[in-house]
Design a protein around this ligand. Structure first.
Ligand code: FMN
Length: 187
């Protein structure tokens, strides 16, 4: 390999270009596209999202302690880009993009009905980092379109291509059709 030194940067990818929905008392809903989304704990299941304090969604999530991670499919890239370039301060993104806010178990944050996978989360911790707030959320409910699941209710990546992002570009991950531990079975 012929390695080049690059500037320090967060070149981890692909990460999901996820649509995070939130709400507040009075019935205001919003959506923000986030790529800084990660898995941080297994029992209980926990995920992290990292948001700049200047975002409209930041105050809503701070206020209610709730958010939903909605995973978009690659054919929803227009939505991800749109929800990540306009602010809820200026437009109701549910109405603007023709999306349906659906009631899950959370009090204020709705699911995005049109996204095939939804993780409802309650904030457990918030960590102020230099540019972003890292919210750690416990996943308290998950909803998945039956069309993206196999007969054992596992995600079937032949039927579902989640939208990814890295280094400023949108990506489509294609399945290798190799399962965890497959290399040991070959020996
Ligand atoms: C692909 C993509 C990924 C993004 N990831 C993040 C992120 O991880 N954190 C963040 O604060 N903003 C991120 N943004 C920017 C916000 O989505 C954008 O500023 C949005 O318009 C804020 O909406 P709001 O003001 O309604 O909350 C991303 C935008 C795009 C298009």
């Amino acid at each position: 390999m012929n390695k080049r030194s690059l500037s320090p940067q967060t070149l981890l990818g692909p990460v999901p270009a996820a649509l995070i929905s939130c709400g507040r008392p009075g019935g205001e809903f919003n959506i923000i596209t986030l790529a800084w989304v990660g898995v941080v704990n297994s029992t209980p299941p926990m995920v992290s999202i990292s948001i700049r304090p200047s975002r409209h969604s930041h105050a809503m999530i701070r206020e209610t302690g709730e958010f939903v991670v909605n995973i978009a499919a690659t054919d929803q890239v227009d939505l991800a880009d749109g929800c990540g370039t306009i602010s809820g301060r200026d437009r109701d993104k549910f109405k603007y993009f023709g999306l349906t806010p659906a009631k899950g178990v959370l009090k204020y944050a709705p699911l995005i009905e049109e996204c095939p996978l939804n993780l409802e989360c309650v904030v457990e911790q918030a960590l102020e980092l230099p540019s972003h707030t890292l919210f750690i959320g416990k996943v308290i409910a998950v909803h998945a379109d039956a069309a993206i699941l196999d007969e054992k209710n596992r995600l079937d990546f032949k039927r579902f291509q989640p939208l990814g992002f890295c280094g400023g570009s949108y990506l489509a991950a294609s399945p290798l059709e190799l399962s965890l531990g497959y290399s040991l079975k070959k020996k």
